[in-house]
Design a protein around this ligand. Sequence first.
Ligand code: HEM
Length: 135
Amino acid sequence: MSIQKKAKRVHQSYIRSGSQKLIAAFYTRLMDADEEIRKKFETVDMTEQASLLSHAIVMSFLFVDKNQQVAKKCIDNVRKTHAQHNLNIAPELYDTWLECLLETVALCDPHANDELLNDWRHVMSVAINHIREGY
Ligand code: HEM
């Protein structure tokens, strides 16, 4: 299956998971998973953050298509803000981020199965690797 087709399935899964409900459950899991990550968000307004992340996640689905300029602009921007001289998000933290997201999807999407979670991994890795490589 093409990655564009996978991105469509993942987007449907995101909607089925209740989008904002998924993001809220994801952040709870992420904060519990790693002390360094929790500290990064200590002074952040998490309501505002949830809505920014929700947008960036949808942009990540579109980012699999290199011609999507709006998605490219969004993910390029996250790459800049998360780099060493800025928010300084260490590259290895993205592995925890992705695992937490997949675990949350598994709980929130009633249709989740191994194949769908692999699609999520494949699709999100494109944006995450781009952000991580900008460190
Ligand atoms: C463990 C990995 C990550 C950590 C620790 C992290 C941490 C942060 C922090 C501390 C902020 C700043 C909030 C503020 O000051 O208001 C932020 C903003 C943001 N993050 Fe992340 N982030 C991570 C991964 C990601 C990923 C993978 C994405 C996208 C798929 C993402 C998307 C965003 C967006 C859209 C914003 C708001 C705009 C901006 O500052 O770029 N983050 N993140």
